[in-house]
Design a protein around this ligand. Structure first.
Ligand code: PHE
Length: 368
């Protein structure tokens, strides 16, 4: 039986090694393992038969079977590694990422028209030498009103539809007053003049608040304030700067601009600025025409305001102006309803938004 066993071992080796090498997947390979080495496997069966052999034959057959068992186990391992490697390669090629593709083109964001408009205004005045200043949204009565020559009983206080907060502060004039959400960016004029010596040339973009809500008013809106203080500053400087601004902002070189007398407590004289347009039905077009659109308020800084900030009006004069950012954006970009600015409707944002890569600048264009 010894010789027979040896023949059987040889035959089995050839058969099992071939079966292991040919296994097409892990399941087939496991079937080969069970058929050879499992409880009822063929090698296991031969091992069990060793007991019936005489000692010499048993020893030779036992050694041969052990070698066979190891060889088959090694062959199964090798095939398993090969199959694993093939599976890994397949998975890697399936999950491959093309790193040369642009990053998530489908989720590009857009710059909100408010930010775009503020950036455009800053770009224009930046070119004229103005720098950006900021102040708090929550203001003391003194900064928002009194220092700007709007006394307590002044009707302008009612016009501003102020949001009052519950707490009171005592102003630099020693009089207590309610804390407010600033109704305009003009208090930043005061803060700047108190902390900086003239000359002053600032532009102040920021949020402002008034208790009002309809298609042209929102309780929170944005203004850009401008302030220029120097010796010998006069109305001609104010007109020149604002005419240049209007033409640059609306990108119409010969845009008609007119100054219409008006009243603000903190400027004297004061004016409102209109730009030319044509109107047909509800539609208008900015440029030459027989109609006008009001776009900002301005004037020479009232000497009383300079005095409130410790600046000598005999030596220094200045001009100031203020404009509503939403209104500028609506006029320039044809946006019909103010309320839509703050609804965060993605379709609106995609439609009216601007590319973050097109930074507004006088060189290269404000809006593209
Ligand atoms: N503060 C004014 C307003 O909110 C605008 C303005 C600013 C007018 C500066 C003149 C000078 O209506």
């Amino acid at each position: 039986m010894g010789g027979d066993t040896m023949d059987t071992v040889e035959q089995l080796r050839a058969e099992l090694l071939a079966a292991a090498a040919a296994a097409a997947d892990l399941k087939a390979l496991d079937d080969v393992r069970v058929a050879a080495l499992g409880k009822k496997g063929r090698i296991t069966g031969l091992m069990k038969g060793l007991g019936q052999m005489d000692p010499d034959a048993r020893k030779a057959a036992g050694q041969a079977l052990n070698v066979l068992k190891e060889e088959v186990a090694a062959a199964l391992d090798a095939r398993k590694n090969a199959l694993d490697a093939v599976a890994l390669d397949a998975r890697l090629s399936e999950e491959r990422v093309d790193v040369t593709l642009p990053a998530r083109p489908e989720s590009l964001g857009a710059i909100h028209p408010i930010s775009q408009t503020i950036d455009e205004v800053i770009a224009i005045f930046g070119e004229m030498g103005f720098t950006v200043a900021e102040g708090p949204d929550i203001e003391d009565d003194w900064y928002n009103f009194t220092s700007l020559n709007i006394p307590r009983e002044h009707p302008a206080r009612q016009e501003h539809d102020t949001f009052y907060l519950p707490n009171e502060t005592v102003g630099p004039d020693g009089v207590p007053g309610r804390v407010v959400l600033r109704t305009h960016t003009s208090p930043v004029q005061i803060r700047t003049m108190l902390s900086n010596k003239p000359p002053v040339r600032i532009i102040v973009p920021g949020r402002t608040y008034r208790c009002d809500y309809d298609a042209t008013h929102s309780p929170m809106f944005h203004q850009v304030e401008g302030l220029m203080i120097d010796e010998k500053t006069h109305m001609g400087h104010l007109k020149g700067a604002l005419i240049d601004f209007c033409r640059a902002f609306f990108e119409v070189d010969d845009l008609p601009v007119r100054f219409r007398p008006s009243y603000f407590p903190f400027t004297e004289p004061s004016a409102e600025v209109d730009i030319g347009c044509t109107r047909e039905g509800g539609q208008f077009r900015i440029g030459h025409g027989d109609d006008w659109l009001e776009i900002l308020g301005c004037g020479m800084v009232n000497p009383k305001v300079l005095e409130n900030c410790g600046i000598d009006p005999a030596k220094y004069q200045g001009y100031a102006f203020g404009m509503g950012v939403e209104r500028l954006a609506m006029l320039k970009y044809g946006i019909p309803d103010l309320r839509t600015f703050f609804e965060s409707d993605l379709r609106w944002l995609r439609h009216y938004g601007f590319s973050s890569l097109d930074v507004p600048a006088m060189v290269g264009g404000l809006s593209i």
